[in-house]
Every structure is written in C-alpha cells, then in structure tokens.
Design a protein around this ligand. Sequence first.
Ligand code: NAD
Ligand code: ZN
Ligand code: ZN
Length: 391
Amino acid sequence: MKALVWHKPNDIRCEQVPDPKIEDSRDAIVKVTACAICGSDLHLLDGFMPGMKSGDIMGHEFMGEVMEVGAGARADLKVGDRIVVPFTINCGECIQCLRGNFSVCERSNRNADLASKAFGRTTAGLFGYTHLTGGYPGGQAEYVRVPFADKTQIKIPKGSLTDEQVLFLGDIFPTGWQAAVQCDIQPTDTVAIWGAGPVGQMAIRSAVLLGARQVICIDRVPERLAMAEAGGAIPINFEKESVIERLDELTAGRGPEKCIDSVGMEAHATGTIDALYDRAKQAVMLESDRPHVLREMAYLCQAAGTLSVPGVYGGLIDKFPIGMIMNKGLTIRTGQTHVKRWTDDLLRRIEEGQIDPSFVITHTASLEEGPGLYKTFRDKEDGCIKVVLKP
Ligand code: NAD
Ligand code: ZN
Ligand code: ZN
C-alpha cells in the first residue's frame, strides 16, 4: 500500500510499504477514506519531538471502513462499519479509561517503559507519533491497523454526513472543545485564544457554543484571523497591534478570565527551526520582543483565571513562569485530548447542525501530494489552514 513515511526532519515521502495485518485479537484493519495533516504532525516534520524512527508511517487524524476484525474484538464492531479513529488509542478497561482519561490509558502504549522514563508514568498509545507513545503506524496511508479497535473508534452512521463533516471528531474538534471545557466558561467570561490554526479555530467555535461573553483570537496570518472573525472571535494581529493594549481595551484593563494556548511548540512565530534544537538559543528567544505564548498568557490572564493548554510541548520549554502563576492564583489545565470522552456529544452537535467542522478545510488532495502539502501547511502558503488527503 501507499503511505506517508517519515525519514528525518523535513523528509516525509509517499512510498510503498507492506499492508498492515491483524497482530492482536482486538485489532481491526481499516481502509482509510480520508485523513488530515495536524499541527502536531508539524512537530515531527520539524524534528521537535524525540523518538521518531526512519520508516515511521505518519498520521493520527483518519477515518474509513472496517475491512477485518480480530477474533477478540468486543462490542459490535463489524466488517463494513464506517468509523472515525480517535488519535488517543484506548483500551476502555483500565482505571484511567474508566475515568474517561483516555489520553493516559495505561494499557494502549506498547512502549510504556519509554513513556515512563520520560514522564514518570505511561501515557496512551498514539498513531503516527513518537515511539514514546508507542510508535504505532499512522493513518496517512491506504490501510491502518487499529489496536483496541472495539473501543478506539467512533461509529458514524452511513450516508447522512460526509467524511469532511466528521473526520475532525478524531482530533481537532474534541481538542478545541476540551480546551474550552477546561476553561469552565461562564457567561461573563472573555476567552482569549492564541493561535488561529485548526485547533484554535475549533476552540473559538467551542467557546462560542459554550456561551462565552467575548472570544478573542491572536495570530498573525490574515486568512486565519479572517476565519476566526467569521467564527465569532475578535481578531488581534500581533504583528500589527499590541496584544497587551488590545486585551486591556477589550477587558476594561483586567485581562481575559480564560486563555487558551493553541500554538504549542511553534511558540516563536519568527524563530527559525534550527534555533529550537539549541537550548541556548531557546533561552534567547524567550527574552526577545515576541514573548513565549505561555509566558504572555500567564502575564495577561486575569488574576484567579485559567490557562488551558492544548498546544503540544516536547520538553524543551523550561522557563515556566510559576511565580506569576502562583501569585495570581491561576489554574493550568492541559493534556492530549481524551477524544472519546467528548465525541458522542460532538457527533450529535454535528448531526443537529450546530456546527459543521469542515469549514476549516482549505486543501483536499491525494496521498501522493501529501509531502508537498506538509510544507504548504507549515509555511502557511496558499492560504492553507487545513489539509485533507484522500488515499
Ligand atoms: P498550526 O501550526 O496550524 O497553528 C498554530 C498557529 O499559531 C498558527 O496559525 C501560527 O501562526 C500561530 N502562532 C505562532 N506563534 C504564535 C504566537 N506567538 N502568538 C499567537 N499565535 C501564534 O497548528 P494546529 O493544528 O492548530 O495545532 C495547534 C497546536 O495544538 C499544536 O501545538 C498541536 O501540536 C497541538 N495539538 C494538540 C492536541 C492535543 O491533544 N492536546 C491535539 C491536536 C493538536
Ligand atoms: Zn493532532
Ligand atoms: Zn485504558
């Protein structure tokens, strides 16, 4: 089959690889009908995330048709079912899964030893991501093996909704949603969202649906800010306006009650990629005119407010402003998304027409065009906001 294969930073290719096979009795093999490129994939393209190996198949946002089901699969997963696959693999039975903490499932990471070394405890297995999270072959491919497939799936009724409308249930929609839910939004709240990429866009829609009084979005890419505005946010272009002054103006000098970091390791909009490899340069970047998003959020957030951090970090960001956070009494909530915790509700909202997540798609292409579109997406060329690939 064809798949997008990681070789080294800035080297992802579309290649022929062996078809996946059932390896465990709860596996399924899925024929991918649509997949997407995520901001988290860019951390792998850029080489910010340790634990990748040459030959790894990319992709953690995908959906398709079940072709084969292992003998031990429970529930009613059947050949022919149409499913979206959550990027956090979950067994559905461990203590964390039973609590709904699917992104820290204790059994789905086949490299639990590596994760424990890095984080002190294991975290869930993820598709198409570092070997710290299991190194499972991803779904930017014609076929994919889904471990614990009887639980790691969102069943989609056939016919009524397009792939584009439901695909993002596997990651960015619940990710933006969880980021907003973690803010515990009150009707009087201003929610400020850093980053108008796909995750930021979903966080904006979610904050609006959850009843925020005012939603603000900070980025520098005009077409992304325009999409944010269309979704109900007040845009701030940080290259043209002072973020501090605009936020003060919009919040009577108090700052937003809730802040969301949907940027992560891109952290420094004008920094070069090589700079991020180098801790010394990293420290300089933190002192530059464009502050690190987490520090800026901690500084600008209203006292006793909340910082919600879906943005991904890989351990390079050390200068954590704990003094500011402690003295202002801020709450920080973060994590990979517990996808399955939210998707029954979100699928219903899509079915009811409250939201159509396909609004974010700007590019649709074949798998072969994937490597080029990785760069288009990263470099924000050609108005690119979200890429969907059709294997
Ligand atoms: P993206 O790279 O398309 O979007 C990031 C946006 O941030 C860009 O529009 C960029 O212009 C903007 N930006 C960069 N520096 C900025 C700054 N200093 N201030 C304000 N904006 C700035 O990626 P995405 O797909 O939207 O993903 C965003 C983040 O969310 C990534 O870090 C990704 O890894 C993470 N993510 C996390 C989860 C999770 O489970 N927690 C899931 C999906 C994605
Ligand atoms: Zn993702
Ligand atoms: Zn589990």
